[in-house]
Design a protein around this ligand. Sequence first.
Ligand code: NAD
Length: 496
Amino acid sequence: MLADAFTREVSKKVITPKPHPITVAYGDGIGPEIMKATLKIIKAAGANIQEEIIEIGEKVYLSGNTAGIESSAWESLRRTKVFLKAPITTPQGGGFKSLNVTTRKILGLYANIRPCISYHPYVKTKHPVMDVVIIRENEEDLYAGVEHQQTDEVIQCLKLISKPGSEKIIRYAFEYAKAYGRKKVTCFTKDNIMKMTDGLFHKIFDEVGAEYPEIEKEHWIVDIGAAKLADTPEAFDVIVMPNLYGDILSDVAAQITGSVGLAGSANIGDGFAMFEAIHGSAPRIADMNKANPSGLLLAAVQMLVHINQKDVAEKVQNAWLKTIEDGVHTYDIFKEDVSKQRVGTDAFADAVIERLGQKPATLKPVNYADSSATIKVQLKERKPVTRQLVGIDVFLNYNNRNANELGAELEKIQVGNIKLNMISNRGAKVYPNGFPETFCTDHWRCRFVCAEMRDCTYQTMLHLQQQITQAGFEIIKTENLYLIDGIPGYSAGQGQ
Ligand code: NAD
């Protein structure tokens, strides 16, 4: 009897899981207002979270910290591994590092996920049926930040595309499509021009895509793909892109939904994740109770799915959709003909809270019950490639714009059986048999290749560079030429 009563008593007690710790930054400008509204809504919906507040942004920058984030903040991020971030103001003037770039790099947030959805007819848009998710590679490409001024006239920025970097983001895109029931993954590159870097991204897309037979796949050259996206976004579902194209096109995609103010984004890595609105700190409307908290709220929804509180995520987003559908709008999306009530930040938050538990009638409700919370990607084991040195590109700073004179001088240099093969200027072949019409800068690529592999060693390359220097030329950099698994691992000169 006593045992039965005890069992009944225990089973009545609901075991509440421990709150999930998250790091929160209130940011600058409208940041504090929209963060307060967002936290109020998600907590009212039952989010089981414990916030650790950190200071980032303008105040930290102006205190002399060029990174915009205190070192103690990293400790919080290391503990919680989840960051809900309001927008910050980057002070005017140079010397301040982008906090977003720093956070992405330090925490290894390789994937940027931005759902771009239109809410027709409640938010004015030219694209009523748009529902596209842009998945952007976040760590490499031209954003590696490796730039050098090499000559008076030429500055170089290195575009770095890696096999693991590409594989990680492409696998993430396919896993995301699987987790969220999406049907198609499109890849944008410019591999008709950048055959090696973008070519690698495309090749890995084809390779990884073959492992997902249930998902439709397609590749577009980024220029015409971007035009198609801007014109007919309903033709796309999930789009995966290298960093630069993704940066530009995720803004275009968000804008054409009707309002950048409604988009949230997630930055995901293997161990960490950061969630934020895509807009900035809008200082002109700060402290006026006017700002739309929707971008940050939808980022918080992504966070709730990530920390496996999918039921809360669903409840919040459906209530938000119902609020939009009911015409309760902040000033930025308010339109006399469709909106019913013009509200400020706080009243908008209260309107969403009033609708918790309701679903939209016209807009498509969300369902996260079947989506996987955390997407994990596993890289494929790859066999190491074979590399054979076959020559060297020697880059010269040379002021005389005459390619034939340079060629004639370099032909005189004899080291083993290594021979001048061609000279190019800004990629176009100008020697031998160049066109006099080709404009040349002071930056010359002089390609030397070995006639026989026997003498093709690093020593030969060093000896060649000594001879070039002794002949009075200034070498600004070199690139070794390799056959990779027997195939040239370098591009030909244009016109070669
Ligand atoms: P912004 O996104 O802050 O503002 C652009 C326009 O959109 C403004 O008219 C603004 O009033 C409006 N707007 C933006 N968010 C809104 C919202 N939630 N509700 C209603 N209207 C909104 O861009 P900006 O003016 O170019 O930049 C302002 C500051 O934000 C700058 O210091 C910039 O460096 C910073 N910024 C930060 C982030 C970030 O923290 N992730 C991103 C972009 C810009």
